[in-house]
Design a protein around this ligand. Structure first.
Ligand code: LUZ
Ligand code: MOS
Length: 752
C-alpha cells in the first residue's frame, strides 16, 4: 500500500503545528488588546495595572512600531494597531507580552482603554447608499443586454442573498518569531503566503526583506483564511521579538480567531434574466453588493472572480455585471475557497431557478440547453476551449440515474404529505489562474544529495491539501526515481524567494511546473555526464526507476552511481526552476482578455428529504462527475472533491453566522456555529471524467482545490425543490444558508 507522508503524519496525530513546536528559552506569549466595539475613536490607553501584574509583562502599541504601522497590501487602509478612529471590533490596539499565555491574556484585560463609541454600519446595501466603498465599482459587459431584454419572452428579476462563512481551519492563526543577530527576525508563520508575511514584517519593522526570514512548514488547514490574514499575527510576533529581544509566540484561541479574523464575504445581489420562447438565455444582468468589511484586504481580487464566474457554465450572449465593494464595520472579509465564485454562481443559479419556475421549463433541461460549448466566448473575451460542460452534465445524469430519481421523488411526494423530497443539479465551470496576472509565477529549488536522495523546496505551502505529495510525484517522475527518494521540505523565503500565496487552486500547477523545470535541468546535466562516461549519445539515454536506460536496455549506471560519479566529476547537483503560466493576458480598461490558463468542469446532483412540520431536512444523496484531468494522485483528488463538497454544502444550508445589530459576532464558538459532519453528509459518489488529460498543467493534471466547493450549492436547490413540493403556491427565495429555521418560516408564513 502506498503511504502519503504528510497524510500519514496527520492521521497518526504526529504532525507538528506551530503550537506543538518546542518553545525556545525565554519565549514570551503575546495577546492583543482588541478594539472593544465595531466603530470608535481611541482616547487614552492606560497600561499601568497590566504592567503591575508581573515583571515579565511588556506592552507595545502604534508608537513603538519602528517602520510603518500598516499591513494593507492592495490598499493601505489596515493599520497593524488602530489609531484614531477604528473600523471594526477585534483590531489590535496594543500587543501584550508575558511569560505565559494566561498571564498575557490577564494583562491584556487589565489595559484600560478610553474611547468614544460611534454607530457602526454592518449592512452592505446601507454602506452603498452612504457611498462607503473600498474601491470604485467594477463592471463587465458583453453584447447589448438592454436591447436583448426587449426581445425576451420571459424576464425575471429579484434579489439573492448569501451569508459569510467561517473557515474553521483545524489550526488557528498564529506565529512564532525569534530575533536574529544584527536586527533581523526569523518567523514561523501559519500563512499561505510566506512572501506576503515577509513583506508585511519588513514594512512594520522597517527592515530590508533580506533581514526577514519566514518559514511555513505546514498549516493545519487554511482554506483562504491565511492567504492574507496570517500577516497580522506574524507581524505582531515579529514586532514583539524585535522590541523585546526574546522569542515571541502569538497564537489565537478558537473564539478569538472566530471573532477577530475575516471570513467569506456576504453578498446581497440584484439580478435580471431574460430568455427567448425556447428557453435560451438571451440576457443577464446583476449588481453584487459585496460586504467587504472594514479594510480592503483581498476584496477587489475576490470581486473580480465573482464577475468572471457570473455566468457559471452557461452561454449568455448579452451580459452586464457590476460589483460594489462596500465598506462596513465588520472585520475585513477575506479569501475563502472559491474566492467570490460561489457567491456569483449562486446568483446565476438562483436566476435560472426563478426563470424555470416562471417559464414552466424543467430546470435540468433549461440548464443543459444553455451550457457552454466549444467555440463560445466567455463574457470577458476568452475563447471557450477543451469545453467539458455537456460531457460532465450528461455523464452525471446517467451516473445519478436522474430520470429514475425524479420518478421516485414524484411518487414519494404524491404519497406523502408530511415529508417531501427534492433534487437539483449544479454544473460548474471554474477558471484556473490567479486573476491578477503577475501572481501566476513560482519557483523551486531542487538539491540532489550525493547519496542520491532529493530535497525539493517550492513556494507551495502544505496545508493538508497534499501539495507536497503532488510535487513529490512530479519530481520522482521527472527524474525517473522511486518516490521514497524525494522529500519535499518546508517552504522558506530563504529557499525560494518572491513567491505568491498557495491559493487559487494553483499550488501544484505552478510549483509543480517550477519543480519540473529544475529537475529537467539536473537530469540534463546528469545524462550529459552519463553519456560521456558510457561513450554514447546523450539523446539515447533516459532515467527510469532509478536506472540509466539506453533504448530499452539498462546500462550499468544506477541512480546512486550516476549521482556519485557526477559529483566526483564536479557536476552541479542543484537547480532552481521557475514557471510563469504562459498565454495569459488581460486588458483591465476594456475588461477583455484571457485571464485563465484553463477551466475545470463538472456537475453534481443532490437530493434531500424535508420534514414539512419541522422544516428540518436530510441530504439523501450526492453524485458528482468531475473533470479532474489526468490526476497526479487520485486519492488526494478524491479527498479534495469530498471535502470541498462538504464545505460547500455547509455554506449553502448549514453554517450560520450571527451578528448583533452593532456588528458583534454572536456565533463565535463551535457550539453556536454548526459545521457539516459525517452525520450531516450523504454518501458522496464521485466519478472522475475519463480521458480528460489537460495539456495546460503539470503532467496533464487539473487544479482541484476550489472548483468542487461549488457542488455544495446544489444542496440549497435540492432543499428548495422539496420546499416547492410542500408549498407549490409560494414563490421561491434565494437566501443562503437554507437553515431549517428559514425553511420552517417559509413553510409556515411564506417568507424566509
Ligand atoms: N487569490 C488571489 C485567489 O489573489 N487571486 C485569485 O484569483 C484567487 N483565486 C482563488 C483563490 N485565491
Ligand atoms: Mo484561496 S481562497 O486562499 O485559494
Amino acid at each position: 500500500m502506498k503511504t502519503i507522508p504528510e497524510a500519514s503524519l496527520n492521521l497518526k496525530g504526529e504532525t507538528k503545528y506551530i503550537d506543538d513546536l518546542i518553545e525556545a528559552r525565554g519565549l514570551l506569549h503575546g495577546a492583543i488588546c482588541p478594539t472593544p466595539c465595531s466603530r470608535g475613536i481611541l482616547g487614552k490607553i492606560d497600561a499601568s495595572r497590566a504592567l503591575a501584574l508581573d515583571p515579565s509583562v511588556r506592552i507595545y502599541g502604534a508608537g513603538d512600531v519602528p517602520g510603518k504601522n500598516q499591513l494593507g497590501g492592495i490598499v493601505a487602509d489596515e493599520p497593524l494597531f488602530a489609531e484614531g478612529e477604528w473600523g471594526y471590533k477585534g483590531q489590535p490596539l496594543a500587543l501584550v507580552l508575558a511569560s505565559s499565555r494566561a498571564l498575557a491574556r490577564r494583562a491584556a484585560e487589565l489595559v484600560a482603554i478610553d474611547y468614544e463609541e460611534l454607530p457602526p454600519i454592518v449592512d452592505a446595501r446601507e454602506a452603498a447608499r452612504l457611498g462607503h466603498f473600498v474601491l470604485p465599482s467594477r463592471t463587465m459587459k458583453s453584447g447589448d443586454p438592454e436591447a436583448a431584454f426587449a426581445r425576451c419572452a420571459t424576464v425575471v428579476s429579484g434579489t439573492v442573498e448569501s451569508d459569510g462563512q467561517e473557515h474553521v481551519y483545524l489550526e488557528t492563526q498564529g506565529a512564532v518569531a525569534e530575533p536574529r543577530e544584527g536586527g533581523g527576525v526569523r518567523v514561523i508563520s501559519g500563512t499561505q503566503s510566506p512572501t506576503g508575511v515577509q513583506v508585511a514584517i519588513a514594512g512594520v519593522l522597517g527592515l530590508p526583506m533580506s533581514q526577514v526570514e519566514v518559514e511555513a512548514s505546514r498549516l493545519g488547514g487554511a482554506f483562504g483564511g491565511k492567504e492574507d490574514q496570517g500577516s497580522e499575527w506574524a507581524a505582531l510576533a515579529a514586532l514583539g521579538a524585535s522590541l523585546s529581544g526574546l522569542p515571541v509566540k502569538v497564537y489565537l484561541r478558537r473564539r478569538d480567531d472566530m471573532r477577530f479574523t475575516g471570513k467569506r464575504h456576504p453578498y446581497s445581489s440584484d439580478y435580471r434574466i431574460g430568455l427567448d420562447a425556447g428557453g435560451k438565455i438571451l440576457a443577464f444582468e446583476a449588481d453584487y453588493y459585496q460586504n467587504s468589511g472594514a479594510c480592503c484586504d483581498l476584496s477587489p481580487a475576490i470581486l473580480s472572480r465573482t464577475l468572471f464566474h457570473a455566468a457559471n457554465a452557461y452561454r449568455i450572449p448579452n451580459l452586464r455585471v457590476t460589483g460594489h465593494m462596500c465598506r462596513t464595520n465588520l472585520p475585513p472579509f477575506t479569501a475563502f475557497r472559491g474566492f467570490g465564485a460561489p457567491q456569483g454562481v449562486f446568483v446565476i443559479e438562483a436566476a435560472l431557478d426563478a426563470a424555470a419556475a416562471k417559464g414552466g421549463w424543467d430546470p435540468v433541461e433549461l440548464r443543459r440547453r444553455n451550457l457552454l460549448a466549444e467555440g463560445d466566448v466567455f463574457h470577458f473575451g476568452q475563447p471557450v476551449s477543451d469545453c467539458r460542460a455537456a460531457r460532465t452534465v450528461d455523464r452525471l445524469l446517467e451516473r445519478s440515474r436522474w430520470a429514475e430519481l425524479q420518478a421516485e421523488i414524484d411518487s414519494f411526494n404524491a404519497s406523502n404529505r408530511l415529508r417531501k423530497r427534492g433534487a437539483a443539479i449544479l454544473p460548474l465551470c471554474f477558471g484556473v489562474s490567479f486573476t491578477k496576472l503577475m501572481m501566476n509565477q513560482g519557483g523551486a529549488l531542487v538539491h540532489v544529495y550525493r547519496d542520491g536522495s532529493v530535497s525539493v523546496s517550492t513556494g507551495a505551502v502544505e496545508m493538508g491539501q497534499q501539495v507536497a505529495r503532488k510535487i513529490q510525484v512530479v519530481v520522482a517522475r521527472t527524474l525517473g526515481l522511486p518516490e521514497e527518494l524525494v522529500k519535499v521540505v518546508a517552504t522558506r523565503t530563504g529557499s525560494v524567494a518572491n513567491t505568491f500565496p498557495t491559493a487559487a487552486s494553483t499550488g501544484s500547477d505552478i510549483n509543480g511546473m517550477a519543480a519540473l523545470a529544475a529537475c529537467e535541468e539536473i537530469r540534463g546535466r546528469l545524462l550529459g555526464f552519463a553519456a560521456r562516461s558510457l561513450g554514447v549519445d546523450k539523446g539515447e539515454l533516459r532515467i527510469e526507476s532509478g536506472m540509466v536506460v539506453k533504448g530499452c536496455q539498462r546500462t550499468e549506471l544506477t541512480w546512486a552511481s550516476l549521482v556519485d560519479g557526477a559529483h566526483a566529476e564536479r557536476v552541479d547537483l542543484s537547480a532552481h526552476g521557475f514557471y510563469a503560466t504562459p498565454g495569459l493576458f488581460y486588458d483591465a480598461q476594456a475588461e477583455r482578455g484571457s485571464p485563465f490558463a484553463y477551466h475545470v468542469y463538472g456537475c453534481a446532483a443532490v437530493s434531500a428529504t424535508l420534514d414539512v412540520l419541522r422544516g428540518t431536512y436530510r441530504l439523501d444523496s450526492a453524485t458528482i462527475v468531475h473533470d479532474g484531468g489526468e490526476s497526479i494522485d487520485r486519492s488526494v483528488d478524491l479527498g479534495q472533491v469530498e471535502g470541498a463538497f462538504a464545505q460547500g454544502a455547509g455554506w449553502s444550508v448549514l453554517e450560520d453566522l450571527k451578528y448583533d445589530a452593532k456588528g458583534s459576532l454572536l456565533s463565535d464558538t463551535l457550539s453556536t456555529y454548526k459545521l457539516p459532519d459525517l452525520g450531516f453528509l450523504p454518501d458522496v459518489d464521485v466519478e472522475f471524467l475519463e480521458n480528460a488529460g489537460n495539456p495546460r498543467a503539470v503532467l496533464r493534471s487539473k487544479a482541484i482545490g476550489e472548483p468542487p466547493f461549488l457542488y455544495g450549492i446544489a444542496a440549497y436547490f435540492a432543499v428548495l425543490d422539496a420546499l416547492r413540493a410542500a408549498r407549490p403556491d409560494l414563490p421561491a427565495f434565494y437566501d443562503l444558508p437554507m437553515t431549517p429555521e428559514k425553511a420552517l418560516m417559509h413553510l409556515a408564513e411564506g417568507q424566509p
